[in-house]
Design a protein around this ligand. Structure first.
Ligand code: PLP
Length: 426
């Protein structure tokens, strides 16, 4: 760990907290973040040469595994023609066509550079399209760091938005209404009170930022019905779930058609890419066809598009997800069986290649309150034990885990052998 420690000390002198995104700093679990030098398939290596099986997968994007040869070659090839033009390219057209084909509710698509940009832009579009101000989001759902979305509920489920980050003006936050995930009654109540001024509901159709919490039966259907009743726009934030919980995202898995969809992570194959899109009659309200402004110097960047196209072309192949889902199930079942063997209270959630493990007595975790009431002390011990054994899990108990194509049966077996050892020490 010497090199990671030295780099972390040095980093903190010129980078706030030593990291460019807060969770990387290991604050939740304590200890020194590992500085990574390379990654390949299911594995990563740190600056001290230690190898890890990686279940973060760059926080979701690497569904094909790290350093995928086709993506790498596509990036190298594209870079020979120049890195950015600020003018349209054929790759952007092919990308939009491919996204529409894989996610049919996205009749038209606008590329951006991150998930945050996608959700921020989709919300502006929903507000401009409906001429309404308020948005509904769910407690514990994360949609990037735009001001209106950095709001959580206060104590009550129906509280008007309170800024939960300094720097978000109260008069921006007050337009964000926060309700309980998987609780349709709380959504109905907020619509009864404010329905005429609610532009949209934005939801992670499988919540992946309060650990992994799939929708309960009827939840997404209910959101669809409420939006239809009140003329509000239903936005699925599939930045995490897109091309991950199913080829066509959560909307395909649960068979619900949102009005707008936000994508990120997998769509860039590891490069900074996001997009939003959906109903043609809504999205044509953005510039230049409509008055709602949205733009980007590097949007549709040719090298990023080459990476994304190489990723999606592989994702399009039939059967890709079968083994990934099967291996994820084996992993999760294995964690459960081992925890039971060692008398540890644990429950799991799974959606395709996303999973969550919760140190709790609760039988099934379905909402934010249950997720945050888990035994974080036990998780932190488990986390550090696994890290020591060479298994790299997300350094916080509120994050989902990700399995890739490269996590084969042998990798899963190796992970479970490590978990067996670590559970025995808890
Ligand atoms: N939406 C969801 C569901 C996410 O999980 C994330 C990031 O983790 C974002 C949006 C923001 O994406 P980005 O970090 O690319 O801005």
């Amino acid at each position: 760990m010497q090199k990671s420690e030295a780099l972390f000390t040095r980093a903190q002198k010129t980078i706030p907290g030593g990291v460019n995104s807060p969770v990387r700093a290991f604050k939740a679990v304590g200890g020194t973040p590992r500085f990574i030098t390379k990654a390949d398939g299911a594995y990563m290596w740190d600056a001290d040469g230690k190898q890890y099986i990686d279940y973060i997968q760059s926080w979701g994007p690497m569904v094909l595994g790290h350093n995928n040869a086709q993506i790498r070659e596509a990036v190298i090839e594209a870079s020979y023609n120049g890195l950015s033009f600020g003018a349209p390219t054929e790759a952007e057209v092919i990308m939009a066509e491919l996204v529409s084909e894989l996610v049919p509710s996205m009749e038209m698509v606008r590329m951006v550079n991150s998930g945050t940009e996608a959700t921020m832009s989709a919300i502006r579009l929903a507000r401009g399209y409906t001429s309404r101000n308020k948005i509904v989001k769910f407690e514990g759902c994360y949609h990037g760091h735009a001001d209106s979305l950095l709001v959580k509920a206060g104590s009550g489920a129906l509280t008007l938005g309170v800024p939960s980050s300094p720097g978000v003006p109260a008069n921006v936050a007050e337009h964000t209404l926060t309700v309980e995930y998987n609780n349709l009654d709380s959504v109905k109540e907020i619509f009864e009170a404010h329905g005429d001024d609610i532009a949209c509901i934005i939801v992670e159709p499988v919540a992946g930022n309060m650990n992994c919490i799939p929708p309960v039966e009827g939840f997404l259907e209910g959101l669809r019905a409420i939006c239809d009743q009140y003329g509000s726009v239903l936005i699925f934030d599939e930045v995490m779930t897109g091309f991950r919980v199913s080829r066509g995202g959560a909307q395909e898995r649960y068979n619900i058609k949102p009005d707008l969809t936000c994508l990120g992570k997998v769509i860039g194959g590891g490069m900074p890419v996001g997009c939003f899109g959906g109903r043609r009659d809504i999205i044509t309200h953005i510039a230049p066809t409509g008055p709602i402004y949205q733009a980007g110097t590097l949007s549709g960047n040719p090298v990023a598009m080459a990476a994304g196209l190489a990723a999606l072309t592989q994702i399009k192949q039939p059967g890709l997800y079968d083994s990934i889902f099967e291996n994820t199930q084996t992993l999760v079942d294995g964690f459960q069986a081992l925890a039971d063997k060692h008398n540890i209270s644990l429950t799991t959630n799974i959606a395709g290649s996303m999973f969550g493990i919760f140190f709790t007595d609760v039988e099934k975790v379905t909402n934010y309150k249950q997720a945050i009431n888990c035994n974080t002390e036990q998780f932190n011990k488990f986390y550090h034990g696994m890290l020591e054994q060479g298994v790299y899990l997300a350094p916080a108990s509120y994050e989902a885990g990700f399995v890739s194509k490269a996590h084969d049966a042998a990798v899963i077996e190796q992970t479970l052998a490590a978990a067996d050892k670590v559970f025995s020490t808890l």
